[in-house]
Ligand binder design. Structure first.
Ligand code: SF4
Length: 344
C-alpha cells in the first residue's frame, strides 16, 4: 500500500475521529513501518487499546493480549513487535520462546501488573499452604511463574470453578476478584488488610485477593452511569470487569475487550455507553459507524499511550526493546498460561 492508499484507508475509517492533517502524517509513518516489517519478517500485534491510526494501519492482528500472543505463536515470523504493554509482550515471549519479541516503549507498564511481585506471591503461598493460585494475565512473567493457573477477564470465573476447591488465591485485581466472587459465590479475604494473627488461617474464607487495580477502570462510578441514563434512558451500558462491582452491577453487560466488541456488534440498542479505555472506544466507534456510541473519555491508559507509530518504527529499525524472560521463569509461567488455554 502506498501513502495515498494508506491515507484513503485511514480516512475511510477515522474521518471525524482523527484530524485530517494528523492522518496524513501517520499514513506516511505507517507505510514506512509496513515496508520495514516485511523486510524484517516481522509480525505486528495491536492491542485493542492502541490509538486509532496505529490500530488501523500497521497490525497484522488486533485483539486482546492473550489472543494476540496465541496468533503470533502460530506464524512463521522471526520477530514479534507487540504494540501493547510489557506484560503482554512477555506473554508473547512465553508462548514463542524461539522468536524475538520487541516492545516499542520500554516504560510501557501497567498499574495492575506493578501491584504485585513474585515475592508477594511466595509469601501468600507460605501463609496459605496448598491453596491454588489463580493469576490474572495482567501480571509479569515472574509472578505468573509462581502461579498454578492464569485467567483473563473473560474466563476468570470458569478458571476458578475448574479448580473445584473452596479456597482460591486470586491475584492481583481486587475488583475482578470481587466480580468473580459474586459470579462464583465465593467469599474473598484480602490478606493485606487482615491483622497478623495465629488464628487467621482458621477464618472462613474461599478466595484470597489482593489490592491491585487498573488505574483506568477504577475511575468509572455508578454516578457516571446514572448521569448518562438520565439523558439517554434506553442506553445499553457495557463495563469492563476491572471496574468496581458496583459499576458492573449498574451496567447491562460486563466482559473483556473482545467480548465488549462482540456485544456491540451483535446487539441493536439505540445508544451504547462504553466504560473502558478511551482509545478502545474510538476503535469500536470506527468499526461500527452506524451505531450511536457514547464514551466517558476522561481516561486514556498512560501506559498504552506510550506506544506510538514513531516508537514502533524505531523499534523495527533498531531492534528495541527486546523482551527477555529467563528460561527457568518462562517455562513455569508458560505452564500456567497453557493450563488456562486448555480450559478455554
Ligand atoms: S488499561 Fe489498566 S490494566 Fe490495561 S495496561 Fe492500562 S493500567 Fe494496565
Amino acid at each position: 500500500m502506498n501513502i495515498d492508499e494508506m491515507l484513503r484507508s485511514l480516512t475511510d475509517k477515522l474521518a471525524g475521529i482523527v484530524p485530517e492533517g494528523e492522518l496524513r502524517y501517520k499514513a506516511e509513518l505507517a507505510v514506512e513501518i509496513n515496508q520495514l516489517k516485511k523486510a524484517r519478517n516481522a509480525v505486528i500485534l495491536g492491542h485493542n487499546y492502541m490509538e486509532p491510526a496505529l490500530f488501523h494501519s500497521i497490525p497484522d492482528f488486533t485483539g486482546d493480549s492473550l489472543d494476540l500472543s496465541r496468533k503470533a505463536a502460530q506464524t512463521d515470523k522471526d520477530l514479534i513487535v507487540f504494540c501493547g504493554v510489557k506484560f503482554m509482550a512477555e506473554t508473547a515471549k512465553l508462548l514463542s520462546p524461539e522468536k524475538t519479541v520487541l516492545l516499542p516503549a520500554k516504560e510501557a507498564g501497567c498499574s495492575l501488573a506493578a501491584s504485585i511481585t513474585a515475592d508477594d506471591v511466595r509469601a501468600l503461598k507460605q501463609r496459605f499452604p496448598g491453596v491454588p493460585v489463580v493469576t490474572y494475565v495482567n501480571t509479569y512473567a515472574d509472578v505468573k511463574a509462581e502461579t498454578d493457573i492464569c485467567c483473563t477477564s473473560s474466563n476468570a470465573a470458569a478458571v476458578v470453578a475448574s479448580l473445584n476447591t473452596d479456597t482460591v488465591i486470586f491475584l492481583p485485581d481486587e475488583y475482578l476478584a470481587r466480580n468473580v466472587a459474586r459470579e462464583t459465590g465465593k467469599h474473598i479475604i484480602f490478606p493485606t488488610l487482615m491483622p497478623e494473627s495465629p488464628f487467621s488461617t482458621e477464618l472462613d474464607y474461599q478466595m484470597i485477593g489482593w489490592h491491585g487495580r487498573c488505574e483506568v477502570h477504577e475511575k468509572f462510578t455508578v454516578e457516571d452511569i446514572n448521569l448518562i441514563r438520565e439523558q439517554f434512558p434506553d442506553v445499553f451500558v457495557l463495563a469492563h470487569p476491572e471496574c468496581s462491582p458496583e459499576v458492573v452491577a449498574a451496567s447491562d453487560f460486563s466482559g473483556g475487550t473482545n467480548a465488549m466488541i462482540r456485544a456491540v456488534q451483535e446487539s441493536s440498542a439505540p445508544h451504547y455507553l462504553l466504560l473502558t479505555e478511551c482509545a478502545m472506544g474510538d476503535n469500536i466507534i470506527s468499526a461500527n459507524p452506524e451505531k450511536d456510541i457514547l464514551r466517558l473519555c476522561m481516561v486514556r491508559c498512560p501506559h498504552m499511550n506510550l506506544i506510538t507509530l514513531e516508537d514502533t518504527l524505531a523499534s523495527l529499525r533498531y531492534n528495541q526493546y527486546v523482551i527477555d524472560v529467563p528460561e527457568e521463569i518462562r517455562s513455569r509461567a508458560a505452564i500456567a498460561v497453557e493450563r488456562m488455554i486448555a480450559i478455554g
